[in-house]
Ligand binder design. Sequence first.
Ligand code: FAD
Length: 330
Amino acid sequence: MDLAFGLNLQSVEEGSSTGYDVIVVGGGPAGVTAAIYTSRAGLKTLVIDKGLTAGALGITGKIANYPGILEEVSGAELLERMRTQAKSFGAEFVSNKVIGVDLLSEDKTIFGNNGNYTARSLIIATGSMGRGTRVKGEDELLGHGVSYCATCDAAFFRDQEVAVAGNSDEAIEEGFILTKFVKKVHFLSPTLSLKAPQHLVDELIANPKIILYPGAGLREIIGNNRVEAVRFEVRGKSEQTITVGGAFVYLQGSKPITDFLQGQIEINENGCLVVDREYQTAIPGVFAVGDVLCNHVKQAVIAAAEGAVAGIAVEKVLHGRKQMVVDWTK
Ligand SMILES: Cc1cc2nc3c(=O)[nH]c(=O)nc-3n(C[C@H](O)[C@H](O)[C@H](O)COP(=O)(O)OP(=O)(O)OC[C@H]3O[C@@H](n4cnc5c(N)ncnc54)[C@H](O)[C@@H]3O)c2cc1C
């Protein structure tokens, strides 16, 4: 429970929002730096992010090598400072998980769990905390009690007991949504302490409908055509199986998060997005920056630098100016 400050996202209203110049998906150092540059250039900018502690910088306990930051600061605090800077230039932030896109029209449409948005350009900065491997039973029971979206599916589990697996603010917020419908939420945190702002952790512990299992590793989702139970192991203790009607999974891995693109952008044989020297994909006006690019060096300063290059390039594309030409060989 290492983060002691709030999310403080300056949110736009739920539902459809149109007319943005730039939408940035992902509010880590790459996305937020891009937003600093685009909003400062006078472009109407929206950053969509699913959770402060759902990304790599957000879960980092202490940053010691970010230029200009001499004091001890957590990754989430550094991120909050970056977000405050972007907001000061007019960038808007919304808390939402992007689940799909339509990049074929001139205006790009971004579909979120609780709202859709359109913009003239898109910057993808979702990082590489995506999951490759699933737990036993997860794929088979997806859509039959396994879900990744409480906002979409909670009402199907009215008066039932469900499990939530995760430790980020995204997982906690989704757990709160579930409590409005279900009888009980068994909250399985893979770590002993939750990686989320303290006020959310306090709210979770105080919620009479939520039972927290710290250090609980989800091993299997059990069911015959429908979720019936989850099997998990609490560190240092024997395995447990509890009866549930649903399993909501918000665990993190180390794979670029590109699933929401649904194959609309070229991905190479290594599973990485293909971009040019200014981080533009093969679709004009669509850029990708940061760890989502399978960068060899995964560091906050690199992600931020890529965001800056893309932010400048977007401004030139939208204003119809010649692309900035950077000769990296010199
Ligand atoms: C444990 C750990 C320690 C580290 N320590 C250091 C360090 O000391 N110094 C250093 O420089 N670097 C460090 N790094 C690396 C650094 O954190 C990353 O390189 C950097 O955060 C990458 O930035 P990013 O913006 O590309 O991705 P991220 O920081 O991962 O941000 C991605 C953002 O996208 C959001 N997102 C993802 N999917 C969606 C979606 N579908 N819809 C909406 N939002 C979405 C997430 O919520 C997240 O906020 C560390 C990384 C880890 C994991």
